[in-house]
Design a protein around this ligand. Structure first.
Ligand SMILES: C[S@@+](CC[C@H](N)C(=O)[O-])C[C@H]1O[C@@H](n2cnc3c(N)ncnc32)[C@H](O)[C@@H]1O
Length: 344
């Protein structure tokens, strides 16, 4: 698709989804949505004025978007249902939708997604630790996390690219053994307490009778490759070398992506702005280079920034003029001008 241009759409996401569906039906690999959370809050943008010799710069608040719903929860859920249904026809068969919410309505939206995308297409409920310092609450515990609901368009065609995080000091600790091939840790090859089920076979291998977890053939293979460690008391374990480990596999608990601080370089002043590292993880886990990724509640444009940097094609929409302006500014800062601005 040589004529492709990324799309920044200013308008209601329903119109945007309808518009792109005309030409891109079943061609979008990933849709990320970070809609209003039913938080009953009016959001503002923090703008820093110029400082002078005599005065420090003033920060002013500018209206961004409202997350208040006159018709209450019913109105909010109707709003979401329409949009979630429309998105489905845009997704490719191996595509997925990622809905970012929090405790206010994630449970309602999950039930809705089960109905629209199918219970069997549910993949994950990801918990992102979005703050290190929760507000003290008079009622209940302070909330520290957001929820990202991940559904595949068709779970039989969907595959997540494995994601690893770097091995930190804590994870490095077990790698306390060393030989000529480098640092390694030990992995049990004998059944431990709860693995010692009734039907488990014991057999003798290299002079030791034990309830082995692997076949004799596999154990021989590892022995020949020098991957079996013999302890002083004659017990066998498998060596896992640090150099062969790609990192720590990421689970559905995302505690390693820090929130944006007011002082951080990427903070554009958008209160509900998400970190580029968060969108980078989502994009790399569920799409490949050249794929089309979309965000119809784009805010300050974080998805477009992450997609540009990860060589994906992108579509981003927002109803707020301020959000579109901020997105353009952020794209300019990373040298991205290869997009079309469409006002619907
Ligand atoms: C939580 S923010 C998104 C923040 C974004 N992920 C970021 O990193 O900056 C939600 C956005 O949805 C937009 N929005 C609300 N209703 C909309 C609608 N009907 N169509 C398109 N955008 C809408 C708001 O203007 C707001 O910018």
């Amino acid at each position: 698709m040589n004529s492709w241009r990324n799309l920044l759409i200013h308008g209601d996401c329903t119109d945007a989804i309808d518009h792109v569906t005309e030409t891109l039906r079943e061609q979008v690999r990933l849709i990320y949505m970070d809609p209003p959370f039913f938080s009953n809050t009016d959001y503002t943008i923090k703008r820093k004025g110029q400082s002078s010799d005599r005065h420090a710069s003033m920060v002013t608040d500018e209206h961004s978007y409202s997350d208040r719903w006159e018709g209450g929860l019913e109105e909010y859920l109707r709003f979401m249902k329409d949009r979630l249904e429309k998105c489905k026809s845009l997704l490719s068969n191996n595509g997925s939708v990622w809905i970012h919410l929090d405790y206010h309505v994630s449970h309602y939206v999950k039930v809705m997604l089960d109905a629209i995308y199918g219970y069997h297409n549910f993949v994950n409920e990801i918990i992102w630790k979005r703050t290190n310092s929760p507000k003290v609450q008079s009622r209940g515990f302070g909330s520290q996390h957001d929820v990202i609901l991940l559904y595949a368009k068709d779970s039989s065609s969907f595959e997540l690219n494995p994601v690893y995080r770097p091995i930190d000091r804590k994870a490095m600790k077990p790698y306390s053994y060393q030989d000529e091939k480098g640092r390694f840790r030990l992995i049990e090859i004998e059944a431990q307490v709860i693995q010692k089920t009734q039907g488990r076979r014991r057999f003798e291998w290299k002079g030791r009778d034990a309830p082995y977890l692997y076949s004799r053939k596999k154990l021989d293979e590892w022995w020949d490759q020098g991957l079996i460690y013999t302890s002083k008391n004659g017990r066998y374990s498998k060596k896992q070398y640090l150099k062969d480990v790609r990192g720590i596999p990421v689970s559905d608990l995302w505690f390693d992506i820090p929130p944006i601080q007011g002082s951080s370089k990427e903070y554009a002043g958008f209160i509900t702005q998400k970190p580029v590292t968060l969108l980078d993880r989502v994009i790399k886990a569920a799409s490949s280079k050249g794929d089309i990724v979309a965000d119809f509640f784009g805010g300050s444009g974080t998805l477009a920034v992450a997609a540009h940097q990860a060589n994906r094609r992108w579509i981003l929409c927002d109803i707020s003029d301020t959000a579109i302006g901020m997105t353009q500014q952020r794209l300019a800062e990373i040298g991205c001008d290869s997009y079309e601005l469409l006002r619907l």
